[in-house]
Design a protein around this ligand. Structure first.
Ligand code: ADE
Length: 219
């Protein structure tokens, strides 16, 4: 799978992509991530990517031309491409949506900034507007990292085989249950806090039942 992220702050992704499983996933070729500086697609020598809104109102709006040029250049010739525009008014991102996104060969993510993005981007360039939650961020860069990480976890070979298989089996959902590791007993604020007995029992059927009971399904 390949991810292409269009942003005016490419360096925000530098350290994020150099660490952990995401770095490994890139290195092993499970995924390919390319960060594109939107300013490289601006025509004028000031590299302008925003302008004042028609009809007045405060703030600046991201221009349509550089985004159109970027997406046209980056898009591979395949039907399996998804172009996402991040905006707080988009459809809510979820585990189910992440699973749907794994069907695509290429995901292009446009990170909005300023007070908004020319509406023609949402209408004619993006396939989908996506929000990562009911709050307003300063731009689409964190949402792009959230989507990248959530979808990458589902790519075969990126996380441990066991959890991957479990998740795939469940399709769109994922069971998140409480986990413990050594020591069995640990004193916190003068009270002994023990690992639940069932997890130490060696009874796999009982353990599985406990996990299903205590687990929360993430959809
Ligand atoms: N841009 C600003 N806030 C956002 C959000 N919650 N989700 C996606 N993009 C955003």
């Amino acid at each position: 799978m390949r991810f292409d992220i269009i942003t005016i702050f490419p360096s925000l992704f530098d350290s994020y992509l150099k660490e952990s499983l995401l770095f490994k996933a890139c290195k092993s070729g499970s995924i390919r991530v390319k960060i594109h500086d939107l300013r490289d697609y601006a025509d004028d020598h000031h590299k302008t990517v925003d302008d004042a809104p028609f009809g007045g109102g405060g703030g600046m709006v991201m221009k349509v031309e550089p985004i159109y040029k970027a997406v046209s250049k980056i898009k591979i010739k395949s039907k399996k491409t998804k172009v996402i525009l991040f905006t707080p008014r988009g459809k809510k991102f979820s585990q189910k949506k992440a699973t749907d996104f794994t069907k695509y060969e290429q995901i292009i993510m446009i990170c909005g900034r300023y007070e908004g993005v020319d509406e023609r981007v949402a209408k004619y360039i993006a396939d989908e507007e996506v929000s990562i939650g009911s709050y307003v961020l300063m731009g689409g860069e964190l949402p792009a990292m959230v989507v990248l990480e959530t979808v990458t976890r589902l790519v075969p070979g990126v996380v441990g085989k066991k959890s991957f298989l479990e998740e795939r089996k469940r399709g769109e959902s994922f069971i998140e249950y409480p986990q413990y590791t050594r020591p069995e007993n640990f004193v916190i604020n003068n009270k002994k806090r023990k690992v639940p007995e069932v997890l130490l029992s060696g009874n796999h059927k009982k353990i599985e039942e406990w996990k299903n009971k205590k687990g929360k399904i993430i959809k």
